[in-house]
Design a protein around this ligand. Structure first.
Ligand code: PEP
Ligand code: MN
Length: 346
């Protein structure tokens, strides 16, 4: 149930509604938008008549939520969520935010070189896996803590925000000091224990859609994080598995407008995993921005042919810079802005 308070509702009036919601058995999540406070009651309440809440002073509207996701639904924050990072970078606002970097951190030289390249082109985040979920147990599994330390060092040196994948609960505390945003990979979208724990941290989480997940399942997974009180969740379309084999996955661009309609959470596109092919990444990146995506997650490598993972879908740095130039034409056409190139970095 959502209780939308009137614009001029007082703290006492809001408190009275919260207390009654708790009394009937709800967990109450409160969000204060530009105009009004919204109270979302989740959980399994006992018997009550939701119309009773309309009689409370200061209440504008009471809506029963029929969808299985309550906090991830638009109704909780009709104006949309903007996830703001400590340096002021905001995902979900006017600016399209680009996160770029290698699939895996491989060495100090690789990550510093790549960071300078993506920063120069206008990326705001450096991506890079320290813990890698690989389909084969014999493939490179990531540099682990050494990789995280390199990420932090290069983040501090360049001012780029750091996003990296968390694969299990035990890695959360290890990663916290080194990263600015957790990435939950496609394979872990329904690792509900991990999602619950990420609901307890106060650092943003980028949640990728699973390879066989519906949009509703993606939003329900986000709900696990939100229900813990961590509202800073960014969703990501990274391609789903279909009968098509030409591309690694089928990038579901339509998921972007669908999610933007159903949810208040920002949504970005990952055309690298979405296609698996470097020659198709720019097209799908452009499409994701044109479709209303709040950002992009793109694999870029200083020397993709030598990459230890996902080289075939990693852009060369000059391709990435060209793509950013193209996005600087597309973003304003759909009412968005995007960072200018910053020239030589580090
Ligand atoms: C990645 O971003 O490198 C990755 C492993 O992504 P996904 O979880 O989408 O496969
Ligand atoms: Mn990858």
């Amino acid at each position: 149930m959502i209780v939308a308070m009137q614009e001029k509702a007082t703290d006492e009036q809001i408190q009275a509604v919260v207390e009654r919601m708790v009394e009937v058995g709800f967990n109450v999540h409160r969000t204060t938008g530009a105009l009004q406070t919204i109270l979302a009651g989740v959980g399994t309440p006992g018997q009550f008549d939701h119309k009773d809440f309309e009689l409370f002073a200061g209440v504008a509207e009471v809506v029963r939520i029929s969808s299985p996701y309550k906090l991830a639904g638009r109704g909780f924050r009709p104006e949309g969520t903007i996830v703001t990072f400590p340096n002021g970078v905001a995902v979900g606002g006017d600016e399209v935010i680009v996160m770029a970097g290698p699939c895996s951190i491989e060495s100090r030289e690789q990550i510093f070189t790549c960071a300078a390249q993506v920063k120069a082109a206008g990326a705001k985040f450096l991506r890079g896996g320290a813990f890698k979920p690989r389909s084969s147990p014999y493939s490179f599994q990531g540099m682990g803590l050494t990789g995280l330390k390199l990420l932090r060092e290069v983040g501090d040196a360049t001012g780029l925000l750091i996003i990296s994948e968390v694969m299990e609960i035990s890695q959360i505390d290890i990663m916290l000091p080194y990263i600015d945003c957790f990435q939950v990979g496609a394979r872990n979208m329904q690792n509900f224990n991990l999602l619950r724990e990420l609901g307890q941290v106060r650092k943003p989480v980028l949640l990728k859609r699973g390879i066989a997940a519906t949009i509703e399942e993606l939003l329900l997974s986000a709900e696990y994080i939100l229900s813990g009180g961590n509202y800073d969740v960014i969703l990501c379309e990274r391609g789903i598995r279909t009968f098509e084999t030409y591309t690694r996955n089928t990038m579901d661009i339509s998921a972007i407008p669908v999610v933007k309609k159903l949810s208040h959470l920002p949504m970005v596109g990952d055309p690298s995993h979405g296609t698996g092919r470097r020659d198709m990444v720019p097209q799908m990146a452009r499409a994701a921005v044109a479709a209303g995506g709040d950002g992009l997650l793109i694999e870029v490598h200083p020397n993709p042919d030598k990459a230890v993972s996902d080289g075939a879908q990693s852009l060369f740095p000059d391709q990435f810079a060209k793509l950013m130039d193209e996005l600087r034409i597309i973003a304003p056409a759909v009412g968005r802005s995007i960072a200018q190139p910053v020239g030589a970095a580090v």
